[in-house]
Write a protein that binds this ligand. Structure first.
Ligand SMILES: *Cc1c(COP(=O)(O)O)cnc(C)c1O
Length: 429
């Protein structure tokens, strides 16, 4: 192993930082085995779906123009529906990102006079403009859709009394966000989402329940659609794209919901029939095939980071031993200098653009400057090793991804090394 230590030194990881990491890792064996088991289950789930849907070489042929009869696209949507246990799915490169997928899902079901209710508190930053919580051209609010919100209780659980009181005759749709996103609340387990969906159904069976599934896919052996959600929504440059998908988003759900979503995405009357995929079907299939083990690598990285920074006295969410419900790890570093050092550690470990320095910038859709470390093969991909932080109190950094566990490990050690070099943290064991 001396060779390995020497290689870490070549990557500017000091012996002290390396050994600190090894001590932490020695305690994580069982956790890692659990992640491997989940990956094994989900690998079988994806493979079985691909076999049942008869994925064939012909599915990798490019399509152009209108994209009528695109065998690859239509088969991929069947595979997604099987994997998520839904009647149908919309999986398209024309869905530009996760926010767009969520906008399509929401705006396809909500009509003027309807109300959207979020029962997991404030939604992800970019959805504030989609909904119209922050004023925006074309928001749901502008189209006469109202919004209300029930916050999670202080312990992070659903406020059942509050939800019951908030459901009214106008409530058409309920949104639940599985992952914490840029917040310091716990992420939600699929089973707790299932319980709240049953509770909602007992009050009003006709309400459409949509789950923002971003960063949650393949973390568990079940998905929110297995416990009653009408639609699950996410981005292909996060977990389900497995790092290979170059663009896209998905919505999996009931036949009725997906038909409306397709009519909204393309046009009334055309729906799922149009939408050329050019030459990307193979990467979408292959990415989905890799997604269970890629998500597993990201989870190992998240737990490693949680345990390192917890040991050093920083608040971490989730903590080092809690069950995982998404791949995001929040570490509250407490100062802008520490946030920049952390992110630049991640940047310097990247396969792409490792020589660049990450700087805070005014990113569209966010209400403060954001610093992002991303040396990704796919621009902005956050299933690849990445770290983002809004430059505001409490100066928490959100760390995620890692296509391989050894890369996630190097990135985390680099972030620690950067903090040590800048005298922002002391390693003592
Ligand atoms: C990433 C994310 C989104 C938005 O996805 P983009 O692809 O960045 O537009 C929405 N919700 C959650 C919880 C997310 O993590």
């Amino acid at each position: 192993m001396d060779d390995l230590i020497r290689y870490y030194e070549k990557c500017n990881i000091s012996k002290e930082v390396y050994e600190f990491g090894e001590k932490i890792l020695a305690c994580l064996k069982e956790r890692f085995e659990d992640f491997d088991k989940t990956a094994e289950y989900n690998q079988l789930k994806v493979l079985h779906a691909m076999q049942e849907c008869r994925v064939s070489e012909a599915c990798f042929m490019p399509s152009s123009g209108y994209g009528y009869n695109d065998l690859g696209r239509d088969t991929l949507e069947k595979v997604y529906a099987k994997v998520f246990g839904t009647e149908d799915a919309l999986v398209r490169p024309q869905i530009t990102c996760g926010t767009h997928a969520l906008y399509v899902a929401l705006s396809s079901q909500l009509l003027p006079g309807d109300e959207l209710l979020s029962v997991s508190g404030k939604p992800y930053d970019t959805l504030e403009e989609v909904i119209g919580i922050r004023e925006s051209i074309g928001s749901l609010y502008e189209y006469g859709v109202s919004y209300s919100q029930v916050d999670l209780l202080p312990d992070g659980s659903f406020d059942l009394e509050g939800i019951k009181a908030a459901i009214g005759p106008k409530t058409k749709m309920i949104a639940i966000q599985r992952s914490k996103g840029y917040q310091t609340r716990p992420s939600l387990s699929v089973s707790s989402i299932g319980k709240v969906i049953s509770f909602i159904r007992d009050i009003r069976p006709d309400i459409i329940v949509m789950v923002d599934n971003c960063y949650g896919e393949f973390v568990d052996t079940i998905e929110p659609s297995d416990v009653g959600a009408d639609m699950v929504v996410g981005s292909l440059i996060k977990n389900p794209g497995g790092g290979l998908a170059p663009v896209g988003g998905y919505i999996a759900g009931t036949k009725k919901c997906i038909e409306r979503a397709a009519y909204r995405l393309s046009s009334p009357g055309l729906g799922k029939e149009v939408g050329a995929t050019l030459d990307i079907n193979r990467t979408l299939f292959q990415g989905l095939f890799l997604a269970p083990t890629v998500t597993c690598s990201a989870l190992k990285g998240a737990v490693f980071a949680a345990n390192i920074y917890e040991k050093l006295g920083f608040p971490v969410i989730p903590n080092g031993s809690e069950p995982r419900n998404d791949i995001i790890q929040a570490v509250t570093l407490g100062s802008p200098e520490a946030v920049c050092a952390f992110c630049n550690g991640i940047q310097s470990a990247a396969p792409v653009d490792s020589h660049l320095t990450a700087e805070p910038w005014d990113m569209p859709g966010y209400d403060s400057d954001v610093i992002m470390a991303a040396g990704a093969f796919v621009s902005g991909s956050s299933i690849e090793l990445s770290a983002d932080a809004p430059m505001k109190e409490p100066y928490a950094v959100y760390f995620q991804g890692g296509l391989t566990w050894p890369h996630a490990k190097l990135g985390i050690l680099k972030s620690l090394q950067m903090l040590v070099d800048k005298h922002l943290v002391d390693i003592y064991i």
